[in-house]
Design a protein around this ligand. Structure first.
Ligand code: SAH
Ligand code: SF4
Length: 365
């Protein structure tokens, strides 16, 4: 993901070790790399060369050859109750991505994108409807977290949670995503705790296996939406490539190896996947697995005419799951539900800097 043009290096793209190497090559000890790292991720400075204690030549060299690749906000939408703000952030190649800040008292959450568009083509998803444009660099993923953390800092709050539920499929951009997570988890910087980081995947089985082998300490959420291969494939095309038997097998291995519960997401679409038969199939599918189901009534998008399941049917679905001892949470009209609509700002609003809308997706935190 190194830049092919010879422009300035995006410091957000460098791990702490890489920053150290860079400064060592310039003749500066680890101490100076520590100062720059701390300026970037403790002070959240966009001009880390201005940090106290740096030598003038180092300042000059950093200022001339590097940037802290902050992504300018081209616009934002607030939920009516002010609990959620969705940003459209501009990339240097002119494209834009969405990042969401959810204010839950004491557990502020950043919902972050990993790609521009997505190759997976889930029919109900605004990002899927865009198609795949490109992977984000690690630096562009880190920059989203810093963007949110800076806003929170200005309000005297700290970022606690990160959810990789913005645009794109994180396990399709594995290396950049993991590099970004390593940076934001670094204890000398943002120090976001791994248990507060949720990686949501459509079910890229090789990626889940790799997470397991590498013992990545993040929370795993798998977007299911169907409990048989046939039904799932109608909504989630990658179901054809990675059948449920393999997917759930990979989830079991992850859960057993890491001693972790796995979260499953299910967008409830009226008349599509919200009946008792599907709930029973889901209960059977997840039998014996330490699992939790997040039910998200569909967020309507322009490119798909499905409708969200209404309250009573949602509760009926939940009570079937309960018969299988399967815990579930309904995420209706909450912050996460705005995040689940990621891609909508980028596609529907064409990048215009609108403000104040979003009432129809009002979270009630
Ligand atoms: N690509 C990853 C992460 C981004 S999508 C994944 O698919 O898991 C984050 C979550 O939002 C997924 O569970 C996805 O299925 C869900 N989602 C996408 N569009 C939605 C919509 N219109 N309504 C409800 N949930 C949606
Ligand atoms: Fe991609 Fe996730 Fe949207 Fe599917 S739901 S198209 S995997 S972003």
């Amino acid at each position: 993901m190194a830049s092919e043009n010879h422009g300035p290096t995006d410091l957000y793209n460098l791990s702490r070790a890489q920053l150290r190497e860079r400064l060592t090559a310039w003749g500066y000890s680890d101490y100076y790399a520590g100062l720059v790292w701390s300026a970037l991720y403790r002070d959240l400075s966009l001009e880390p060369w201005a940090a106290d204690g740096l030598r003038p030549e180092l300042r000059e060299r950093l200022a001339a050859g590097t940037v802290a690749g902050a992504l300018p906000a081209r616009g934002h939408v607030d939920s009516a109750d002010g609990h959620t703000r969705k940003f459209l952030l501009g990339l240097t190649d002119g494209q834009a991505i969405e990042t969401v800040l959810m204010y839950f008292r004491g557990r502020a959450t950043a919902c972050v994108s990993t790609q521009v568009g997505c190759a997976m083509g889930c029919v109900f998803c605004a990002t899927g409807q865009m198609g795949f444009r490109r992977h984000l660099t690690a630096g562009e993923i880190v920059a989203q977290v810093v963007h949110v953390a800076r806003l929170l800092r200005a309000r005297g709050e700290a970022l606690r949670n990160i959810v990789l539920m913005g645009m794109g499929e994180p396990l399709h951009n594995y290396d950049a995503t993991m590099a970004a997570l390593d940076t934001v988890m670094d204890h000398r910087g943002l120090a976001v705790a791994p248990r507060f980081i949720t990686l949501s995947t459509v079910g890229v089985v090789p990626g889940i296996r790799r997470l397991t082998e590498e013992r990545r300490p993040v929370r795993l959420a798998v977007s299911l939406h169907g409990a048989t291969d046939e039904e799932r494939a109608r909504l989630v095309p990658p179901a054809r490539r990675w059948p449920l038997a393999e997917l759930i097998g990979a989830c079991r291995a992850y859960s057993e190896t890491l001693g972790r519960r796995v979260f499953f997401e299910w967008a409830l679409i009226e008349g599509q996947n919200d009946g008792a038969a599907q709930a029973h199939a889901l209960g059977r599918l997840l039998g014996g697995l330490e699992a939790h189901v997040n039910l998200i009534p569909l967020n309507p998008t322009l490119g798909y005419d499905g409708r969200p399941t209404a309250g009573p049917a949602v509760r009926a679905f939940q009570s079937v799951l309960a018969e299988y001892g399967l815990p579930s949470t309904v995420r209706q009209r909450r912050g996460i539900d705005v995040a689940a609509g990621c891609g909508q700002l980028a596609t529907e609003r064409g990048g215009a800097g609108e403000q104040g809308g979003g009432g129809e997706r009002t979270p009630s935190v």
